[in-house]
Design a protein around this ligand. Structure first.
Ligand code: NDP
Length: 294
C-alpha cells in the first residue's frame, strides 16, 4: 500500500488565517468594527494558561482584539457569573469563551448558560449545543475542535456522506459534537468509549476514524482499514528525557504504524490543534459580522 497522505493542519490553518485577516480588515474598514474575543480563565492550571496565551497570540495575528479576564482559583460562582454578564454587555466583545475545565466548586453548566448565545463562540451554550443535536436545526456556532476537524476533511478532499465514521471518545468538547456533525454530514456514526467491547474490531470497520480518547498511541496499525482517513485529535504529554522540555506530545494513534496503512493521517502536533484555534477566530469574526450586518 502507498504511504498515507499526511494532513498538515498547521499549513491548512495558516491558509484560513490569511483569509480571516483580510476579512477582519475589510470589516473594520466598512463598519469600523474590530472583532474582539474575551477569555475567562479561573485558577492557574498551566495547560489552561498556555492555551489562553496561544489564543491571544492567534487573535493578534489576524488583527482581532482579545481580552483576558483572569480570576482566582477560589473565586465564587457569583463572581464568575458577574464577569460573564459584564462581557455580555460590552460592545467591544463579540465572542466569549470560558477556558475549561473550571475548578470543582464552580458549576460549569451554570457558567456556560450565562454566555449570551450571540457571543457563544465555543458553541457550548446548551441552546447552541441542543440545536447541534437536532435534525433540521442550526446552532449559531459550532464547537471549535469539531468544526476544525470538518474543515480539515473538506480541505483534504475527503468526503463524508455515506461513509462509516468511528469516533473514539464521547466528551462534550470533542467526541460528542464531532459525532453529531458527522451525522449531520450524512455519515453512519459509531461511538466508541471506555465501556465499549472490542474497540479494535469496531474501529477496523471505519472509513473515517476520529481518535479523541486522550490515550497515547492507543490505536495500532492493524486496527485501521487500509485506506481509511485517520484524524487524530489526541494531545498526550509523554515523558521524553531526550528533550530539554522533558516531554513530547503524541496522539491517540500510533503514527509510525498508521502511516503505513491509512489513506490519510493527521500530524500530532500540527493537525487538529491549529485548526481548533483557527475556528475560534472564525467564530469570533462571524459574531462580529452578525452584529453589524443584521
Ligand atoms: P476526555 O477525557 O474528556 O474524554 C475522553 C473520552 O475518551 C471519553 O469519552 C472516554 O470514555 C473515552 N476513552 C477514554 N479511554 C478510552 C479507551 N481506552 N477506549 C475507548 N474510549 C476511551 O477528553 P477530551 O475529549 O477533552 O479530549 C480527548 C483528547 O483530545 C485529549 O488527548 C485532549 O488533549 C485532546 N484535545 C485536543 C484538542 C485539539 O484541538 N487538538 C482539543 C481538545 C482536546 P468515557 O466517556 O466512557 O469515559
Amino acid at each position: 500500500a502507498p504511504p498515507a497522505k499526511i494532513i498538515d493542519g498547521k499549513a491548512i490553518a495558516q491558509e484560513i488565517r490569511d483569509e480571516l485577516a483580510k476579512e477582519v480588515q475589510s470589516l473594520s474598514r466598512s463598519h469600523n468594527e474590530i472583532p474582539g474575543l474575551a477569555m475567562v480563565i479561573v485558577g492557574s492550571r498551566k495547560d489552561s494558561r498556555t492555551y489562553i496565551s496561544l489564543k491571544k497570540k492567534a487573535c493578534e495575528e489576524v488583527g482581532m482584539r482579545s481580552f483576558i479576564v483572569a480570576l482566582a482559583e477560589d473565586v465564587s460562582l457569583a463572581d464568575v457569573v458577574a464577569s460573564i454578564r459584564e462581557l455580555n454587555a460590552d460592545p467591544d466583545v463579540h465572542g466569549i469563551l470560558v477556558q475549561l475545565p473550571l475548578p470543582k466548586h464552580i458549576d460549569e453548566e451554570k457558567v456556560l448558560s450565562e454566555i449570551s448565545i450571540e457571543k457563544d463562540v465555543d458553541g457550548f451554550h446548551p441552546l447552541n449545543f441542543g440545536k447541534l443535536a437536532m435534525k433540521g436545526r442550526e446552532p449559531l456556532f459550532h464547537p471549535c475542535t469539531p468544526q476544525g476537524f470538518l474543515e480539515l476533511l473538506s480541505r483534504s478532499g475527503i468526503s463524508i456522506k455515506g461513509k462509516h465514521a468511528v469516533v473514539v471518545g464521547r466528551s462534550n468538547i470533542v467526541g460528542l459534537p464531532v459525532s453529531l456533525l458527522l451525522l449531520k454530514a450524512d455519515a453512519t456514526v459509531t461511538i466508541v468509549h471506555s465501556h465499549t467491547r472490542d474497540p479494535d474490531r469496531i474501529i477496523r470497520e471505519a472509513d473515517i476514524i476520529v481518535a479523541a480518547a486522550g490515550q497515547a498511541n492507543m490505536i495500532k496499525g492493524d486496527w485501521i482499514k487500509p485506506g481509511a482517513a485517520v484524524i487524530d485529535v489526541g494531545n498526550n504529554f509523554v515523558d521524553d528525557p531526550s528533550r530539554t522540555s522533558g516531554y513530547r506530545i503524541v496522539g491517540d494513534v500510533d503514527f509510525q504504524e498508521a502511516s503505513k496503512v491509512a489513506g490519510w493521517l493527521t500530524l500530532v502536533p500540527g493537525g487538529v490543534g491549529p485548526m481548533t484555534f483557527t475556528m475560534l477566530l472564525k467564530n469570533t469574526l462571524d459574531a462580529a459580522k452578525n452584529k453589524v450586518l443584521q
